[in-house]
Design a protein around this ligand. Sequence first.
Ligand code: SAM
Length: 216
Amino acid sequence: MNATSALMDSIYRHQRHFYDFTRKYYLLGRDRLIAELAPPEGGIVLEIGCGTGRNLIKAAKRYPHALFYGLDISAEMLMTAHTEIKRAGLEDRVKVAQADAADFDAAALFNRAAFDRVFFSYSLSMIPDWEGALARGYAVTAEGGRLVIVDFGEQKRLPRWFRRLLTWWLTLFHVAPRAELGPALEELGSAELKPLHGDYARLAEVPRDLRSQVAT
Ligand SMILES: C[S@@+](CC[C@H](N)C(=O)[O-])C[C@H]1O[C@@H](n2cnc3c(N)ncnc32)[C@H](O)[C@@H]1O
């Protein structure tokens, strides 16, 4: 597809087989995001950078009245997502497709133009054009809906040695916590940014104003 998809495939080609088992110990806040998602009855939800489909499957089980969509740039990750969605018997309510978060056409991919909930879970820190992806995510959030994000924070309240170790580890995986996330969200509207576990991670929420206009 492009250089990012080749890079992501190279990172995840082997890791996708043990990704879900290992990441549960350090991608913190994902279950809280799912618990707070609360889509409306008959609502539709999009995850941008859905990886193995772990969040989509958990959310679909928790909210049986909603439909779920996911996109990811890595064909390797999507192979695992397809297998797991099928294994969970959720093919009718969870659909995934390959696309770039910063440049996708939701109507062409899923026959849907806007979603009641749109979320990014530990993907903005890996997406090179994360600001473009954020704008795109907000643009496909339905009026009255919500854009939700969980990702690494700046670990400001954690010991310096821990910050250094984590930064080294994340760099190995081409992960860059987005220090500018707060200001970028504020430009979109009344964002709420909650630090989790001493700012190890951040959970943010931006309601899509009924009258807001963002260029797509
Ligand atoms: C750390 S994983 C997170 C996966 C999943 N959201 C989770 O919480 O387990 C980051 C994901 O972002 C995807 N990604 C990176 N750049 C992307 C882009 N430009 N467009 C779409 N997905 C992208 C990667 O392929 C990977 O699956």
